[in-house]
Design a protein around this ligand. Structure first.
Ligand SMILES: Nc1nc2c(ncn2[C@@H]2O[C@H](COP(=O)(O)OP(=O)(O)OP(=O)(O)O)[C@@H](O)[C@H]2O)c(=O)[nH]1
Ligand SMILES: [Mg+2]
Length: 476
Protein backbone atom coordinates (compact mmCIF):
# COMPACT_ATOMS: atom_id res chain seq x y z
CA UNK A 1 0.00 0.00 0.00
CA UNK A 2 1.26 3.47 -0.87
CA UNK A 3 2.04 6.14 1.66
CA UNK A 4 1.19 9.83 1.51
CA UNK A 5 2.53 12.77 3.45
CA UNK A 6 0.15 15.69 3.86
CA UNK A 7 1.70 19.15 3.79
CA UNK A 8 -0.78 21.67 5.20
CA UNK A 9 0.14 25.34 4.86
CA UNK A 10 -1.62 28.49 6.12
CA UNK A 11 -4.99 28.87 7.78
CA UNK A 12 -7.04 27.27 5.04
CA UNK A 13 -4.60 24.39 4.49
CA UNK A 14 -4.62 23.57 8.18
CA UNK A 15 -8.37 23.98 8.53
CA UNK A 16 -8.83 21.48 5.72
CA UNK A 17 -6.29 19.34 7.60
CA UNK A 18 -8.28 19.55 10.82
CA UNK A 19 -11.29 18.13 8.98
CA UNK A 20 -9.13 15.62 7.14
CA UNK A 21 -7.72 13.64 10.06
CA UNK A 22 -10.98 12.79 11.89
CA UNK A 23 -12.42 11.58 8.60
CA UNK A 24 -9.33 9.52 7.78
CA UNK A 25 -9.65 7.86 11.19
CA UNK A 26 -13.34 7.21 10.59
CA UNK A 27 -12.58 5.74 7.17
CA UNK A 28 -10.03 3.40 8.76
CA UNK A 29 -12.56 2.25 11.33
CA UNK A 30 -11.19 4.17 14.35
CA UNK A 31 -13.65 5.82 16.72
CA UNK A 32 -12.66 9.16 18.20
CA UNK A 33 -15.46 9.85 20.72
CA UNK A 34 -14.69 9.22 24.36
CA UNK A 35 -17.97 7.40 24.95
CA UNK A 36 -17.44 4.64 22.42
CA UNK A 37 -20.57 2.73 23.42
CA UNK A 38 -22.71 5.51 21.93
CA UNK A 39 -21.23 5.18 18.46
CA UNK A 40 -21.07 1.63 17.20
CA UNK A 41 -18.27 1.14 14.72
CA UNK A 42 -20.49 0.33 11.76
CA UNK A 43 -17.86 0.95 9.11
CA UNK A 44 -15.51 -1.53 10.73
CA UNK A 45 -18.18 -4.16 11.24
CA UNK A 46 -19.09 -3.99 7.55
CA UNK A 47 -15.60 -3.78 6.10
CA UNK A 48 -13.06 -6.48 6.73
CA UNK A 49 -10.66 -5.58 9.52
CA UNK A 50 -7.66 -6.66 7.43
CA UNK A 51 -8.49 -4.30 4.57
CA UNK A 52 -8.71 -1.30 6.89
CA UNK A 53 -5.64 -2.25 8.90
CA UNK A 54 -3.48 -2.86 5.84
CA UNK A 55 -4.35 0.59 4.58
CA UNK A 56 -3.42 2.20 7.87
CA UNK A 57 0.17 3.04 7.13
CA UNK A 58 -0.83 5.08 4.07
CA UNK A 59 -1.54 7.99 6.37
CA UNK A 60 -0.01 6.93 9.71
CA UNK A 61 3.31 5.72 11.03
CA UNK A 62 4.00 3.60 14.04
CA UNK A 63 7.28 4.13 15.94
CA UNK A 64 7.17 0.50 17.11
CA UNK A 65 6.74 -0.85 13.63
CA UNK A 66 4.15 -3.50 14.41
CA UNK A 67 0.50 -3.00 13.56
CA UNK A 68 -1.89 -4.70 15.94
CA UNK A 69 -5.34 -5.84 15.10
CA UNK A 70 -7.10 -3.83 17.75
CA UNK A 71 -6.93 -0.30 16.38
CA UNK A 72 -10.57 0.35 17.16
CA UNK A 73 -10.45 3.53 19.16
CA UNK A 74 -8.30 6.61 19.25
CA UNK A 75 -7.01 5.46 22.65
CA UNK A 76 -5.57 2.36 20.92
CA UNK A 77 -3.58 4.62 18.62
CA UNK A 78 -2.41 6.77 21.52
CA UNK A 79 -1.17 3.69 23.37
CA UNK A 80 1.01 2.71 20.40
CA UNK A 81 2.09 6.36 19.86
CA UNK A 82 0.87 6.19 16.27
CA UNK A 83 1.30 9.49 14.43
CA UNK A 84 -0.24 11.11 11.37
CA UNK A 85 2.02 11.54 8.35
CA UNK A 86 1.42 15.27 8.44
CA UNK A 87 3.49 18.44 8.27
CA UNK A 88 1.54 21.50 9.43
CA UNK A 89 2.94 24.95 8.70
CA UNK A 90 1.39 28.33 9.42
CA UNK A 91 2.91 31.73 10.10
CA UNK A 92 0.29 32.38 12.75
CA UNK A 93 -0.59 30.07 15.57
CA UNK A 94 -4.36 29.89 15.88
CA UNK A 95 -5.19 26.82 13.78
CA UNK A 96 -2.06 24.74 14.36
CA UNK A 97 -2.41 25.45 18.11
CA UNK A 98 -5.57 23.37 17.99
CA UNK A 99 -3.51 20.41 16.76
CA UNK A 100 -1.27 20.87 19.79
CA UNK A 101 -4.07 21.04 22.33
CA UNK A 102 -7.17 19.51 20.73
CA UNK A 103 -8.70 16.08 21.05
CA UNK A 104 -6.34 14.58 18.45
CA UNK A 105 -3.20 16.25 19.91
CA UNK A 106 -1.38 12.95 20.36
CA UNK A 107 -1.82 12.18 16.68
CA UNK A 108 0.52 14.97 15.59
CA UNK A 109 4.27 14.88 16.01
CA UNK A 110 5.17 18.20 17.63
CA UNK A 111 8.36 18.31 15.59
CA UNK A 112 6.25 18.51 12.43
CA UNK A 113 4.24 21.56 13.52
CA UNK A 114 5.80 24.86 12.50
CA UNK A 115 4.30 28.22 13.43
CA UNK A 116 5.22 31.86 13.84
CA UNK A 117 3.44 35.14 14.51
CA UNK A 118 1.61 37.15 13.05
CA UNK A 119 1.26 35.58 9.58
CA UNK A 120 2.12 36.85 6.12
CA UNK A 121 -0.40 39.70 6.04
CA UNK A 122 -2.22 38.43 2.94
CA UNK A 123 0.95 39.07 0.99
CA UNK A 124 2.40 36.30 -1.23
CA UNK A 125 5.81 38.02 -1.20
CA UNK A 126 5.99 37.83 2.62
CA UNK A 127 5.13 34.15 2.53
CA UNK A 128 7.38 33.24 -0.40
CA UNK A 129 10.44 35.43 0.21
CA UNK A 130 10.47 36.50 3.87
CA UNK A 131 9.21 33.31 5.49
CA UNK A 132 10.35 31.06 2.65
CA UNK A 133 13.96 32.16 3.12
CA UNK A 134 13.83 32.23 6.89
CA UNK A 135 12.28 28.79 7.27
CA UNK A 136 13.73 26.96 4.26
CA UNK A 137 16.16 24.94 6.33
CA UNK A 138 13.68 24.06 9.07
CA UNK A 139 11.00 23.05 6.57
CA UNK A 140 13.55 20.95 4.68
CA UNK A 141 14.55 19.16 7.89
CA UNK A 142 10.96 18.51 8.94
CA UNK A 143 10.15 17.12 5.51
CA UNK A 144 13.30 14.94 5.48
CA UNK A 145 12.47 13.47 8.88
CA UNK A 146 8.90 12.75 7.80
CA UNK A 147 10.00 11.17 4.52
CA UNK A 148 12.50 8.95 6.36
CA UNK A 149 9.59 7.43 8.26
CA UNK A 150 8.04 6.18 5.02
CA UNK A 151 8.78 2.89 3.26
CA UNK A 152 6.88 3.54 0.05
CA UNK A 153 6.17 7.22 -0.15
CA UNK A 154 3.89 7.71 -3.08
CA UNK A 155 3.26 11.41 -3.03
CA UNK A 156 2.94 14.62 -1.11
CA UNK A 157 -0.61 15.88 -0.64
CA UNK A 158 -0.25 19.63 -0.32
CA UNK A 159 -3.19 21.74 0.86
CA UNK A 160 -3.40 25.52 0.92
CA UNK A 161 -5.46 28.47 -0.23
CA UNK A 162 -4.24 30.86 -2.90
CA UNK A 163 -5.99 33.99 -1.56
CA UNK A 164 -3.90 34.72 1.55
CA UNK A 165 -0.16 35.18 2.05
CA UNK A 166 1.08 32.12 3.90
CA UNK A 167 -0.68 29.35 2.00
CA UNK A 168 -0.03 30.91 -1.40
CA UNK A 169 3.50 32.21 -0.70
CA UNK A 170 5.02 29.79 1.79
CA UNK A 171 2.99 26.97 0.20
CA UNK A 172 4.69 27.79 -3.12
CA UNK A 173 8.09 27.95 -1.42
CA UNK A 174 7.43 24.55 0.18
CA UNK A 175 6.55 23.13 -3.24
CA UNK A 176 9.98 24.29 -4.46
CA UNK A 177 11.64 22.66 -1.45
CA UNK A 178 9.83 19.41 -2.20
CA UNK A 179 10.92 19.46 -5.82
CA UNK A 180 14.54 20.25 -4.95
CA UNK A 181 14.85 17.57 -2.29
CA UNK A 182 12.54 14.82 -3.51
CA UNK A 183 12.33 15.29 -7.28
CA UNK A 184 11.02 11.77 -7.91
CA UNK A 185 8.09 11.94 -5.53
CA UNK A 186 4.90 13.40 -7.01
CA UNK A 187 3.56 16.65 -5.62
CA UNK A 188 -0.25 16.65 -5.65
CA UNK A 189 -1.79 19.96 -4.67
CA UNK A 190 -5.31 20.80 -3.60
CA UNK A 191 -5.57 24.56 -3.64
CA UNK A 192 -8.51 26.78 -2.83
CA UNK A 193 -9.26 29.57 -5.29
CA UNK A 194 -11.14 32.51 -3.71
CA UNK A 195 -14.88 32.98 -4.11
CA UNK A 196 -14.70 36.30 -5.94
CA UNK A 197 -16.47 38.57 -3.45
CA UNK A 198 -13.27 38.68 -1.55
CA UNK A 199 -12.39 39.02 2.06
CA UNK A 200 -8.78 39.53 0.87
CA UNK A 201 -8.33 42.54 -1.47
CA UNK A 202 -4.89 41.43 -2.61
CA UNK A 203 -6.14 37.90 -3.42
CA UNK A 204 -5.84 38.37 -7.24
CA UNK A 205 -2.10 39.10 -6.87
CA UNK A 206 -1.57 36.16 -4.53
CA UNK A 207 -3.51 33.84 -6.84
CA UNK A 208 -1.55 34.83 -9.96
CA UNK A 209 1.85 34.65 -8.20
CA UNK A 210 1.02 31.24 -6.70
CA UNK A 211 -0.50 29.82 -9.89
CA UNK A 212 2.83 30.30 -11.67
CA UNK A 213 4.52 28.21 -8.96
CA UNK A 214 1.82 25.54 -9.25
CA UNK A 215 2.29 25.40 -13.01
CA UNK A 216 6.06 25.07 -12.72
CA UNK A 217 6.48 22.91 -9.64
CA UNK A 218 3.37 20.80 -8.94
CA UNK A 219 2.89 17.39 -10.58
CA UNK A 220 -0.86 17.66 -10.59
CA UNK A 221 -3.29 20.23 -9.18
CA UNK A 222 -6.85 19.57 -8.01
CA UNK A 223 -8.17 23.12 -7.68
CA UNK A 224 -11.39 23.85 -5.84
CA UNK A 225 -13.05 27.21 -5.56
CA UNK A 226 -14.91 28.69 -2.65
CA UNK A 227 -17.78 29.89 -4.83
CA UNK A 228 -18.49 26.39 -6.11
CA UNK A 229 -18.08 24.88 -2.64
CA UNK A 230 -20.36 27.47 -1.07
CA UNK A 231 -23.10 26.82 -3.63
CA UNK A 232 -22.83 23.06 -3.17
CA UNK A 233 -23.02 23.36 0.61
CA UNK A 234 -25.88 25.80 0.64
CA UNK A 235 -27.89 23.65 -1.76
CA UNK A 236 -27.19 20.58 0.39
CA UNK A 237 -28.11 22.27 3.63
CA UNK A 238 -30.60 24.96 2.94
CA UNK A 239 -32.41 23.94 -0.21
CA UNK A 240 -35.61 24.55 1.69
CA UNK A 241 -34.42 27.92 3.00
CA UNK A 242 -35.87 30.92 1.18
CA UNK A 243 -32.77 33.00 1.94
CA UNK A 244 -30.50 30.76 -0.15
CA UNK A 245 -26.74 31.18 0.21
CA UNK A 246 -27.01 34.23 2.50
CA UNK A 247 -29.27 32.30 4.86
CA UNK A 248 -26.91 29.36 4.84
CA UNK A 249 -23.84 31.51 5.66
CA UNK A 250 -25.71 33.22 8.51
CA UNK A 251 -26.71 29.93 10.11
CA UNK A 252 -23.73 27.63 9.58
CA UNK A 253 -19.97 27.43 9.76
CA UNK A 254 -19.52 27.35 6.00
CA UNK A 255 -15.77 26.61 5.96
CA UNK A 256 -16.24 23.44 7.95
CA UNK A 257 -18.85 22.14 5.51
CA UNK A 258 -16.88 23.29 2.48
CA UNK A 259 -13.71 21.68 3.78
CA UNK A 260 -15.45 18.39 4.43
CA UNK A 261 -16.38 18.22 0.73
CA UNK A 262 -12.71 18.79 -0.20
CA UNK A 263 -11.61 16.13 2.29
CA UNK A 264 -14.05 13.60 0.88
CA UNK A 265 -12.62 14.27 -2.57
CA UNK A 266 -9.07 13.68 -1.28
CA UNK A 267 -10.06 10.47 0.47
CA UNK A 268 -11.79 9.19 -2.65
CA UNK A 269 -8.84 10.23 -4.81
CA UNK A 270 -6.39 8.22 -2.72
CA UNK A 271 -8.76 5.30 -2.03
CA UNK A 272 -7.36 3.15 -4.85
CA UNK A 273 -3.84 3.56 -3.44
CA UNK A 274 -4.98 2.57 0.04
CA UNK A 275 -7.68 -0.07 -0.26
CA UNK A 276 -8.03 -3.15 -2.46
CA UNK A 277 -10.40 -3.30 -5.41
CA UNK A 278 -11.17 -5.30 -8.53
CA UNK A 279 -9.61 -2.57 -10.67
CA UNK A 280 -7.14 -0.62 -8.65
CA UNK A 281 -6.15 2.80 -9.79
CA UNK A 282 -3.17 4.31 -8.08
CA UNK A 283 -2.37 8.03 -7.85
CA UNK A 284 0.56 7.73 -10.27
CA UNK A 285 -1.74 6.13 -12.85
CA UNK A 286 -4.15 9.03 -12.46
CA UNK A 287 -1.27 11.42 -13.00
CA UNK A 288 0.01 9.61 -16.12
CA UNK A 289 -3.42 9.36 -17.68
CA UNK A 290 -4.66 12.81 -16.85
CA UNK A 291 -1.70 15.02 -17.69
CA UNK A 292 -0.82 14.96 -21.42
CA UNK A 293 1.51 17.99 -21.22
CA UNK A 294 3.44 19.13 -18.13
CA UNK A 295 1.79 22.54 -17.76
CA UNK A 296 -1.74 21.35 -18.36
CA UNK A 297 -2.09 19.54 -15.07
CA UNK A 298 -5.19 21.19 -13.58
CA UNK A 299 -7.94 18.66 -12.89
CA UNK A 300 -11.61 19.39 -12.24
CA UNK A 301 -13.10 17.03 -9.66
CA UNK A 302 -16.54 16.06 -8.45
CA UNK A 303 -18.01 13.55 -6.07
CA UNK A 304 -21.28 11.75 -5.93
CA UNK A 305 -23.15 11.63 -3.64
CA UNK A 306 -22.12 15.01 -2.34
CA UNK A 307 -22.78 14.96 1.37
CA UNK A 308 -21.65 16.16 4.75
CA UNK A 309 -19.97 13.27 6.52
CA UNK A 310 -21.26 14.32 9.94
CA UNK A 311 -24.92 14.36 9.00
CA UNK A 312 -24.85 11.75 6.23
CA UNK A 313 -27.44 13.74 4.29
CA UNK A 314 -27.21 13.94 0.54
CA UNK A 315 -29.63 14.56 -2.28
CA UNK A 316 -30.22 10.80 -2.26
CA UNK A 317 -31.17 10.64 1.43
CA UNK A 318 -34.17 8.39 1.94
CA UNK A 319 -34.10 7.11 -1.65
CA UNK A 320 -32.32 4.09 -3.06
CA UNK A 321 -29.23 5.26 -4.97
CA UNK A 322 -29.16 4.04 -8.55
CA UNK A 323 -25.64 3.68 -9.97
CA UNK A 324 -26.54 5.65 -13.13
CA UNK A 325 -27.75 8.57 -11.00
CA UNK A 326 -24.48 8.57 -9.08
CA UNK A 327 -22.53 8.89 -12.33
CA UNK A 328 -24.86 11.57 -13.75
CA UNK A 329 -24.50 13.66 -10.59
CA UNK A 330 -20.71 13.35 -10.70
CA UNK A 331 -20.65 14.89 -14.18
CA UNK A 332 -23.14 17.69 -13.46
CA UNK A 333 -21.76 21.16 -13.86
CA UNK A 334 -23.24 22.32 -10.53
CA UNK A 335 -21.53 19.52 -8.64
CA UNK A 336 -17.96 20.34 -9.69
CA UNK A 337 -15.72 21.56 -6.88
CA UNK A 338 -14.54 24.22 -9.30
CA UNK A 339 -16.72 26.49 -11.46
CA UNK A 340 -16.00 24.83 -14.81
CA UNK A 341 -18.21 22.73 -17.03
CA UNK A 342 -16.48 19.35 -17.47
CA UNK A 343 -18.67 18.36 -20.44
CA UNK A 344 -18.51 21.63 -22.36
CA UNK A 345 -14.92 21.82 -23.59
CA UNK A 346 -12.45 19.33 -25.02
CA UNK A 347 -11.43 16.52 -22.70
CA UNK A 348 -7.67 16.06 -22.32
CA UNK A 349 -8.07 13.24 -19.83
CA UNK A 350 -10.83 11.65 -17.74
CA UNK A 351 -10.85 9.26 -14.81
CA UNK A 352 -13.74 7.74 -12.92
CA UNK A 353 -13.24 5.92 -9.64
CA UNK A 354 -16.11 3.94 -8.14
CA UNK A 355 -16.09 2.86 -4.51
CA UNK A 356 -18.20 0.16 -2.88
CA UNK A 357 -20.91 -1.63 -4.78
CA UNK A 358 -20.25 -0.16 -8.24
CA UNK A 359 -19.86 -3.04 -10.70
CA UNK A 360 -17.76 -3.16 -13.84
CA UNK A 361 -20.97 -3.27 -15.90
CA UNK A 362 -22.21 -0.07 -14.23
CA UNK A 363 -18.86 1.52 -14.88
CA UNK A 364 -18.66 0.59 -18.57
CA UNK A 365 -22.29 1.54 -19.31
CA UNK A 366 -21.81 4.93 -17.72
CA UNK A 367 -18.39 5.75 -19.16
CA UNK A 368 -19.93 5.02 -22.58
CA UNK A 369 -22.63 7.57 -21.80
CA UNK A 370 -19.94 10.09 -20.88
CA UNK A 371 -17.98 9.34 -24.07
CA UNK A 372 -21.03 10.14 -26.17
CA UNK A 373 -21.56 13.49 -24.48
CA UNK A 374 -18.10 15.01 -24.74
CA UNK A 375 -15.45 15.85 -27.29
CA UNK A 376 -12.07 14.27 -26.67
CA UNK A 377 -8.70 15.73 -27.64
CA UNK A 378 -7.61 14.58 -31.11
CA UNK A 379 -4.73 12.48 -29.80
CA UNK A 380 -6.98 10.40 -27.51
CA UNK A 381 -7.06 6.76 -28.64
CA UNK A 382 -10.66 5.49 -28.68
CA UNK A 383 -11.63 8.32 -26.37
CA UNK A 384 -10.16 6.42 -23.45
CA UNK A 385 -11.22 6.98 -19.88
CA UNK A 386 -9.22 5.68 -16.95
CA UNK A 387 -11.43 3.69 -14.59
CA UNK A 388 -10.94 2.37 -11.09
CA UNK A 389 -12.99 0.21 -8.72
CA UNK A 390 -12.20 0.25 -5.03
CA UNK A 391 -14.06 -2.24 -2.87
CA UNK A 392 -14.24 -0.12 0.31
CA UNK A 393 -16.97 2.58 0.18
CA UNK A 394 -16.79 5.75 2.29
CA UNK A 395 -18.27 5.26 5.79
CA UNK A 396 -22.07 5.36 5.84
CA UNK A 397 -22.44 4.72 2.10
CA UNK A 398 -22.71 1.65 -0.05
CA UNK A 399 -21.30 3.28 -3.16
CA UNK A 400 -19.80 6.51 -4.42
CA UNK A 401 -18.23 7.90 -7.58
CA UNK A 402 -15.38 10.35 -8.15
CA UNK A 403 -15.05 12.04 -11.51
CA UNK A 404 -11.84 13.73 -12.60
CA UNK A 405 -11.68 15.66 -15.85
CA UNK A 406 -8.81 17.59 -17.39
CA UNK A 407 -10.77 19.90 -19.64
CA UNK A 408 -9.87 22.73 -21.98
CA UNK A 409 -12.59 24.67 -20.14
CA UNK A 410 -10.01 25.16 -17.38
CA UNK A 411 -9.06 28.21 -19.46
CA UNK A 412 -12.13 29.98 -18.01
CA UNK A 413 -10.63 29.77 -14.51
CA UNK A 414 -7.42 31.44 -15.69
CA UNK A 415 -9.29 34.06 -17.73
CA UNK A 416 -11.27 35.03 -14.67
CA UNK A 417 -8.14 35.22 -12.50
CA UNK A 418 -6.37 37.36 -15.15
CA UNK A 419 -9.26 39.79 -15.30
CA UNK A 420 -9.25 40.34 -11.53
CA UNK A 421 -5.46 40.73 -11.49
CA UNK A 422 -5.58 43.32 -14.28
CA UNK A 423 -8.16 45.39 -12.49
CA UNK A 424 -5.79 45.91 -9.54
CA UNK A 425 -2.52 45.93 -11.44
CA UNK A 426 -3.39 48.51 -14.07
CA UNK A 427 -3.67 51.08 -11.23
CA UNK A 428 -0.74 49.46 -9.40
CA UNK A 429 -3.01 49.33 -6.35
CA UNK A 430 -1.39 47.66 -3.31
CA UNK A 431 1.76 46.77 -5.27
CA UNK A 432 4.03 48.68 -2.84
CA UNK A 433 3.35 46.07 -0.15
CA UNK A 434 4.93 43.49 -2.42
CA UNK A 435 7.72 45.63 -3.83
CA UNK A 436 9.03 46.50 -0.37
CA UNK A 437 9.65 42.83 0.46
CA UNK A 438 13.36 41.99 -0.07
CA UNK A 439 13.67 39.64 -3.04
CA UNK A 440 10.39 40.62 -4.70
CA UNK A 441 10.57 42.57 -7.94
CA UNK A 442 8.02 43.89 -10.36
CA UNK A 443 9.20 41.12 -12.69
CA UNK A 444 7.47 38.66 -10.35
CA UNK A 445 4.13 40.24 -11.24
CA UNK A 446 4.94 40.44 -14.94
CA UNK A 447 6.32 36.92 -15.34
CA UNK A 448 3.61 35.30 -13.21
CA UNK A 449 0.94 37.01 -15.27
CA UNK A 450 2.60 35.86 -18.50
CA UNK A 451 2.79 32.31 -17.16
CA UNK A 452 -0.94 32.44 -16.35
CA UNK A 453 -1.79 33.69 -19.84
CA UNK A 454 0.35 30.94 -21.37
CA UNK A 455 -1.52 28.18 -19.53
CA UNK A 456 -4.82 29.83 -20.43
CA UNK A 457 -3.78 29.94 -24.12
CA UNK A 458 -2.55 26.35 -24.10
CA UNK A 459 -5.91 25.17 -22.75
CA UNK A 460 -7.82 27.37 -25.21
CA UNK A 461 -5.70 26.08 -28.08
CA UNK A 462 -6.84 22.49 -27.40
CA UNK A 463 -10.46 23.58 -27.98
CA UNK A 464 -9.55 24.82 -31.43
CA UNK A 465 -7.76 21.63 -32.50
CA UNK A 466 -9.63 19.60 -35.10
CA UNK A 467 -9.94 15.87 -34.99
CA UNK A 468 -8.13 15.02 -38.19
CA UNK A 469 -8.14 11.47 -39.50
CA UNK A 470 -4.49 10.61 -39.93
CA UNK A 471 -3.98 7.86 -42.53
CA UNK A 472 -2.02 4.82 -41.36
CA UNK A 473 1.67 4.94 -42.13
CA UNK A 474 2.47 2.94 -45.18
CA UNK A 475 5.58 0.83 -45.35
CA UNK A 476 7.98 2.11 -47.95
N1 LIG B 1 -12.49 26.61 1.75
C1 LIG B 1 -11.84 27.31 2.70
N2 LIG B 1 -11.36 28.53 2.42
C2 LIG B 1 -10.69 29.19 3.40
C3 LIG B 1 -10.54 28.67 4.70
N3 LIG B 1 -9.87 29.57 5.45
C4 LIG B 1 -9.60 30.62 4.65
N4 LIG B 1 -10.10 30.40 3.41
C5 LIG B 1 -9.99 31.29 2.23
O1 LIG B 1 -8.58 31.45 2.01
C6 LIG B 1 -8.27 32.79 1.65
C7 LIG B 1 -7.41 33.39 2.71
O2 LIG B 1 -6.35 32.55 2.94
P1 LIG B 1 -5.90 32.03 4.39
O3 LIG B 1 -5.68 30.57 4.26
O4 LIG B 1 -6.81 32.51 5.46
O5 LIG B 1 -4.52 32.81 4.52
P2 LIG B 1 -3.14 32.29 4.98
O6 LIG B 1 -2.62 31.29 4.03
O7 LIG B 1 -3.21 31.88 6.42
O8 LIG B 1 -2.23 33.61 4.82
P3 LIG B 1 -2.10 34.91 5.77
O9 LIG B 1 -3.20 34.83 6.79
O10 LIG B 1 -2.24 36.03 4.82
O11 LIG B 1 -0.76 34.81 6.37
C8 LIG B 1 -9.60 33.49 1.52
O12 LIG B 1 -10.00 33.39 0.17
C9 LIG B 1 -10.52 32.69 2.43
O13 LIG B 1 -11.86 32.80 2.02
C10 LIG B 1 -11.08 27.36 4.96
O14 LIG B 1 -10.98 26.80 6.04
N5 LIG B 1 -11.71 26.74 3.92
MG1 LIG C 1 -3.32 33.16 8.09
Amino acid sequence: MSEFLTVQVGQCGNQIGSDFWPLVLQEHGVRIQKDYSKSPNTHKSIQSQDKLLEAFHSFFWNPHGSWENNLNTFADLEKLKIKARAVCIDMEDSVVARFRTGQLRNLFDNKCLLTNYPGSGNNWAEGFYTHGNEYRERITNILRQSVEKCDQLHGFLCMFSLGGGTGSGLGSATLNILEDNFPHIERFVTCVYPAGNEDVITAPYNVVLATRELTEHASCVFPVDNKALLEICSSLKSSRDSQGIAGYIAKCKPFQDMNSIVVNMLLHLTSGSRFPGSLNVDMNEIYTNMVPFPNLHYISSSLSPLMFPTSNTSIFTGKPIKPDDLFSCAWMRDNQLLKVNPLGGTVLGATVVGRGSISMTDMLRNTDRFRNKVKFAPWSCNNSIKIGLCSVPPPGLTASVLSLVNTSNMSSLFKDVAQKFNKLYKRKAHTHHYLQVPGFENEDFVESFESLLKVEEEYSHITKMDTKIIPRLELL
